[in-house]
Design a protein around this ligand. Structure first.
Ligand SMILES: [Zn+2]
Length: 434
């Protein structure tokens, strides 16, 4: 009896030790869903049954959407179908996607295709005066600007000159672009028209999610708030994480809702300005580099495929066949943007980003961004000008103007019009050729 008691006692002790070790050790970094990600409705892929051949599926997966063979852990390809794991925490569950035996031609229509709300050929009767008549375009001016520019870390100031806020530069380009596109006959919708968030959700709502994010990473000594945007301990505070979740993550999710459920455009243009590392926003490092490039959806990193929501969203994007338009349109716009701005291409290989080159000239890249993944239509994500380049700063400080002006030693258009003109020319070229 005594022996039995001590045996049980030791067993309990071992169990308790294990419990505390497991509780205190950092958990695996990956949950099955990304922060704020929703459980995928896999049945939404049913509409893609028998719509793609094995060859096309595998080509898109390997040449565009993934970086290496690790995808095979989640997606297994057989001669007649693919088996897709629907839950990384329970690898027994899967979705079966049947391949079609012959190439599908359904998407070559001007009506809303069975693959999505967008149309591949929205322009029916070519009209030289209104070359974009019939085209429905959403313009998404990147970031928010205004009072949110510091929170979203898209703000810097050189000496006492007016601060540079990316969210305001993108809005200026977007408004000029909208007008120019309407003049060419397009139907244009701005995702935001002010320097205010689209989302109505407030950072307070994300207290628990933020706490969990720190817990999952085994981060201790988390503070409640931070002093100001330059507080070096900012990244250790719940407030910072709650703001990131609101103005970067939820904001894009709400923009996606607006685009997918209300605007339902044929294409979306996301407008951004690029930058080199600037360090302290009150005393930014300036760069002599200046370049442009265009991003389309693809190049998912192996660890991203572990998330159920990301894997589902990638497959939805792949199966809805936005890629062929994104690639051709993206490259056409990139070329005309390069001509209009005279900017060289960004070398992502040097920058060390997880991107895949989609053209030999380095102007077109594939990357998995929340926006180009969640917007369910062909999305062209534009990056032009390095914001912390002195020439670019001088041009931004000139503001918008019509015609030409001598700025930084050269006669030129306003930086905003140069950006917008590059896009308009590319769109006209693409739609008049296709
Ligand atoms: Zn940006």
């Amino acid at each position: 009896m005594k022996r039995r008691f001590s045996f049980l006692f030791i067993l309990t002790l071992i169990a308790l030790i294990f419990f505390f070790i497991l509780r205190d050790s950092p958990r695996p970094p990956f949950a099955a869903l990304t922060p704020l990600g929703e459980n995928p409705q896999w049945e939404q892929l049913e509409k893609f049954q028998n719509s793609i051949t094995k060859t096309e599926f595998q080509n898109l997966l390997e040449k565009v959407y993934t970086q290496d063979q690790i995808y095979q852990k989640y997606i297994k390809i057989f001669p007649t179908h693919a088996m897709i794991h629907t839950n990384s925490s329970d690898m027994q569950k899967s979705f079966r996607l049947n391949f079609s035996q012959e190439k599908n031609t359904k998407q070559n229509s001007n009506s809303r295709s069975s693959f999505g709300y967008w149309r591949k050929n929205p322009i029916q009767n070519s009209n030289p005066q209104l070359p974009l008549k019939g085209l429905r375009i959403a313009i998404d001016p990147g970031h928010i600007g205004g009072n949110y520019a510091k929170i979203e870390e898209r703000w810097f100031q050189v000496d006492k000159t007016p601060p540079i806020k990316e969210g305001e530069l993108t809005l200026t380009v977007a408004k000029i672009l909208a007008e120019k596109l309407q003049d060419k006959g397009a139907e244009v919708f701005l995702v935001r028209t002010q320097t205010a968030p689209v989302t109505q959700v407030k950072p307070e709502s994300f207290r628990e999610v933020a706490q969990k994010w720190f817990n999952d990473r085994g981060r201790k000594n988390i503070t409640e708030t931070y002093r100001d945007p330059h507080d070096p301990d900012r990244g250790n505070s719940l407030q910072w994480r709650q703001e990131v979740l609101t103005y970067r993550n939820q904001e894009i999710r709400d923009r996606a809702k607006l685009i997918n459920e209300k605007i339902m455009p044929d294409i979306t243009l996301c407008i951004h300005f690029d930058a080199e590392y600037w360090g302290n926003p009150n005393n930014p490092i300036l760069s002599n580099k200046n370049y442009t490039h265009v991003i389309i959806n693809g190049s998912y990193m192996p660890e991203e495929l572990h998330y159920n929501d990301v894997r589902f969203e990638m497959l939805f994007k792949l199966l809805s066949r936005t890629h062929s338009i994104e690639k051709k349109l993206g490259h056409t716009i990139a070329k005309s943007l390069a001509a209009s701005t005279q900017l060289p291409a960004t070398n992502y290989y040097l920058a060390g980003h997880q991107a895949k080159a989609m053209s030999k000239d380095s102007y077109l890249w594939a990357r998995n961004l929340l926006a180009n993944r969640l917007y369910q239509n062909p999305v062209i994500f534009l990056e032009a000008f390095v914001m912390n380049n002195p020439e670019v700063i001088a041009r931004i400080h000139q503001g918008d103007y019509k015609g030409f002006k001598k700025v930084y030693g050269k006669m030129r258009k306003s930086i905003f019009r140069e950006y917008a003109d590059g896009i308009v020319n590319g769109l006209i070229k693409y739609y008049s050729d296709s």
